[in-house]
Design a protein around this ligand. Structure first.
Ligand code: ZN
Length: 375
């Protein structure tokens, strides 16, 4: 994982690189940043820069044997500690017990969040923590001689999840570190870390990702159009995890809108096959989903009226989606809009009272057919 994986944070990156060039990397760093700001990928990228055999001006080479191992998170001299949860057969779990899951999760999303990680461990109802056994295990790992790099690096993700016993044990190690050892602690919450740990680490503070850096990243990494990228960047509050959630939600929304439009077209032409397929598809979903489909339909019908009659600045659709709804919107007009809304509300009302979905949807499709032909 190179510095290029990390969105923005240019100032912090260059400060870290400068400390390497000036040979004054502190042996214990605390990467502090809110969720989604990128402290985990930044710490890993810095570790890779340190072990890289062919350091470039502003990033690791990405090709040397050390970089190749770092790319898979399997470098023997760079070890990880992170919160884990107990299992029935694993009363004293350590990071090493979950290393496969950890590599998979971080490689899949270097901006991994705590909740996502706990879900990955399949223990949503449990608290993850870093125990005193883990601190002992770190000591053990450090007692082994470094294999390839000139030094060893321990990356502790979410150091605030260390309980007091673990923190105190870690503190002793940090105070008297073995030779050529670096500790990179990562934290999202300054207040939850023991003051004694804070006083012995050098702070690397990450700001939230700024709108411009976020917009560019969303365009490059998610192929978003500039306008959507700006919109999501703004709403994400500088949190890349949140931005990804918003994109996911946006995709789902677009799929729902597409499905609705497909249904409207099928109703217009009374295409029974498509109506049947859609009925079956929706019948297989939950009642909540069916209700959402109708609610979203109402929302779209209103949006069609906006396209027809209101100022373009009030339209929410954009790009391709707007084009397809522009073609459909003339079918929703002043003479049928009210009845559309009435029929949808009625269907929603009956759905809430457990009406048979297939009968209800077939009936609504016929009514929509009639309404779409009102000029
Ligand atoms: Zn390299």
């Amino acid at each position: 994982m190179q510095f290029s994986t990390v969105i923005g944070q240019l100032e912090v990156k260059s400060r870290l690189i400068k400390s390497v060039k000036e040979n004054r990397v502190s042996h214990a760093l605390l990467f502090l940043g809110a969720e989604g700001s990128g402290s985990l990928p930044l710490a890993i990228a810095f570790a890779q820069y340190l072990v890289c055999e062919n350091q470039g001006e502003d990033d690791a080479c990405g090709k040397c044997p050390a970089c190749v191992k770092m790319k898979k998170l399997v470098h023997p001299d760079v070890t990880f500690s992170y919160p884990v949860t107990t299992r029935e057969k694993l009363k004293n779990p350590k990071s090493v017990d979950f290393i496969t899951e950890w590599r998979k999760a971080v490689l899949h999303n270097p901006y991994l969040g705590y909740n996502e990680w706990i879900t990955e461990l399949d223990s949503e109802n449990k608290q993850g923590n870093i125990s005193v056994d883990e601190s002992a295990d770190i000591l053990h790992r450090l007692s082994l001689k470094s294999v390839e790099a000139p030094y060893k690096i321990v990356i502790i993700w979410l150091a605030e999840k260390m309980n007091a016993a673990a923190s105190n044990k870690m503190l002793k190690i940090i105070e008297e570190p073995p030779d050529q050892t670096f500790f990179f602690l990562i934290s999202e919450n300054y207040e939850q870390i023991l003051p004694t740990i804070l006083s012995r680490t050098q702070l690397v503070k990450l700001k939230k990702i700024n709108d411009e850096d976020m917009t560019n990243a969303l365009m490059e990494r998610h192929s978003l159009a500039k306008e959507s990228a700006q919109n999501i960047a703004h709403r994400s509050g500088g949190n890349y995890l949140e931005a990804m959630n918003l994109i996911h939600h946006h995709d789902e929304e677009q799929n729902e809108n597409k499905r609705f439009l497909e249904w409207m077209r099928a109703c217009l032409k009374m295409n029974l096959k498509t109506i049947n397929d859609l009925t079956q598809e929706l019948a297989d979903t939950s009642r909540e989903q069916q209700k959402l489909f109708l609610q979203n339909g109402l929302h779209i019908l209103r949006e069609c009226l906006v396209i027809n009659y209101a100022d373009s600045s009030m339209i929410h659709f954009e790009g391709e989606e707007l084009e397809s709804f522009r073609k459909f919107s003339p079918f929703v007009n002043a003479n049928n809009a009210e009845r559309f809304i009435e029929e949808f509300n009625k269907a929603h009302f009956h759905l809430e009272r457990n009406a048979n979905f297939k009968i209800l949807f077939a009936d609504l499709s016929f009514k929509v057919n009639g309404l779409l032909h009102v000029k």
